[in-house]
Design a protein. Structure first.
Length: 260
């Protein structure tokens, strides 16, 4: 087994390793395997994230982008993907997703604008231990009408968030907040992709997050990666996982060896 030295980790990697499929983390971050297949839902989330980033960058420079321009941003990001490898669910087509994107863009334009934008996609990092650094990017940082520093995370979802979902986002923004020396307000901008799309701005509460437990997740992930602790978690998410072809190949090789 090759030696792995983990010197930095993001919250998303830690969450996937501690609550999801560690095999996926190894295939992606360690083995650097190419992904085959892209979930249409995930691609829409990435494309809409590009839309919100462009919208807020323009506001930072004193410009207002209209719906037509923002949809072109969405299309451009969507078209970067290999169109033959997009995995659609039973209820969606490209047409329906594009129509939904237009509705979400209208909701973005109708939402209250931040008073003073400070940064978009701000890289944040800090040293957690002597040998482990935390890295990440905060979607939007601004000061609200009361002058409070605010970190806002932009997400799309097929449904309203549960308490568990909100806790997970709060844990993510909490990670970013540790970069700053002053108190930070944490928010979620949630664009819900229901039949009639809607927008919710939710103030997040990180009071229940225990720093020691949070820190331990990062240390456990570092230990797990460096010691090759990898296992598969079989779930509905396998259908849209870009590495499922590797898992299937390994499964077939095992069956062939047993048959021989």
């Amino acid at each position: 087994m090759k030696t792995i030295n983990v010197s930095s980790l993001s919250y998303s990697t830690v969450k996937q390793f501690t609550e999801g499929c560690t095999e996926q983390v190894f295939l992606d971050k360690v083995d650097r395997c190419p992904k085959i297949g892209t979930s249409a839902a995930a691609l829409m989330g990435s494309a809409f994230h590009s839309v919100s980033e462009s919208y807020y960058r323009a506001l930072l420079l004193g410009h207002q982008l209209d719906a037509e321009v923002l949809f072109r941003v969405f299309e451009a990001r969507w078209n970067l993907a290999n169109q033959d490898e997009i995995i659609y669910g039973a209820k969606h087509t490209q047409e329906s997703i594009f129509e939904q994107a237009k509705q979400l863009i209208e909701l973005l334009l109708e939402a209250e604008q931040p008073k003073e934008i400070l940064a978009i996609e701000k890289p944040v990092q800090f040293q957690l231990t002597d040998d482990l650094k935390i890295i990440g990017k905060a979607d939007l940082i601004y000061r609200d009408k009361d002058g409070r520093l605010t970190i806002s995370d932009v997400k799309t979802s097929a449904s309203a968030y549960s308490d568990t979902d909100l806790y997970n986002v709060a844990e993510q923004t909490y990670t970013y907040s540790l970069f700053f020396s002053e108190p930070v307000k944490q928010k979620l901008q949630l664009f819900i992709k229901t039949k009639t799309p809607r927008y919710e701005e939710i103030e997040l509460n990180s009071d229940d997050i225990n720093f020691s437990d949070w820190k331990e997740k990062f240390i456990q992930t570092k230990h797990g990666l460096e010691n090759g602790i990898r296992y598969k978690v079989h779930s509905w998410q396998c259908k849209t996982c870009g590495f499922s072809y590797i898992c299937q190949q390994k499964c077939n090789e095992t069956l062939n060896r047993k048959a021989a």
